[in-house]
Design a protein around this ligand. Structure first.
Ligand code: ATP
Length: 218
């Protein structure tokens, strides 16, 4: 069975920590592909708001060029409105009805899942892979879900394939990775001060940020 990872985020901007996580999860879980899905955010609402959706999508496109198995997805940006994960899932499923879908997210993001719309339904409809991230203990993910859902969390079995047999009843797979200590916040801060962001984002993304003057003076 084809297995597809859905890795969503603001990606403001996408950075090497995202790419490392996506590539390592893909390899360890044996996913055929991982889609990087920048979220749509209302343009220029508050001061310090995110870069325009088109720029964030473009940077994801530049970042995954020549990275096997990673692909950009415009599904949320094209929606032109804040997209809930269950709607994104529905759209991707319509495009790939036969694939097994996995949401990929860092433990910091998973800790917020209780605030997601329809998250219990989402947990019933697709599988999750939760990765570690510097500063966040992966095991904390076990404390997020109560009741029976707590038993649905466990490690991704070493050697298992995402498209093959997986432990029955498990919905959330914990996967330690060699995560990089990089955040979009730190990159925006550097760019704002006119410092180079080389080494934190792919070269083409650094060039794009520079040429477009993104994050300057914010
Ligand atoms: P910000 O600093 O603006 O909050 P961010 O760096 O956390 O941004 P997001 O776009 O918010 O990036 O994150 C998208 C997804 O990527 C989330 O699931 C998050 O947990 C994960 N992620 C972000 N940075 C890393 C990293 N360095 N290692 C592993 N996962 C990461």
């Amino acid at each position: 069975m084809e297995a597809l990872g859905l890795f969503g985020g603001t990606f403001d901007p996408v950075h090497l920590g995202h790419l490392r996580a996506a590539a390592e999860v893909r390899r360890k879980a044996g996913l055929d592909r991982v889609l990087l899905i920048p979220s749509y955010l209302p343009p220029h609402k508050a001061p310090g708001a995110a870069a325009p959706a088109a720029d964030r999508l473009r940077m994801v496109e530049l970042a995954v060029r020549r990275r096997a198995g990673l692909e950009p997805s415009a599904v949320e940006v094209e929606a032109g409105e804040t997209s809930y994960s269950f709607l994104t899932l529905r759209k991707v499923r319509a495009l790939r009805p036969r694939a097994r879908l996995f949401f990929i997210l860092g433990v910091d993001a998973f800790l917020e899942i209780g605030t997601w719309r329809e998250y219990r339904r989402l947990l019933g409809e697709c599988l999750f892979i939760v990765t570690g991230r510097p500063g966040f203990e992966l095991e904390r993910a076990r404390d997020v879900l109560g009741g029976r859902l707590r038993d649905a969390i466990g490690p991704f079995p070493p050697g298992a394939r995402a498209g093959g047999r997986l432990p029955p009843g498990r919905r959330v797979f914990l996967m330690p990775i060699r995560a990089l200590d990089v955040s979009s916040t730190a990159i925006r801060e550097k760019a704002r001060r006119g410092l180079s962001v080389e080494g934190l984002v792919p070269r083409a993304v650094a060039a794009y940020i520079r040429e477009r003057g993104l994050y300057r003076g914010r």
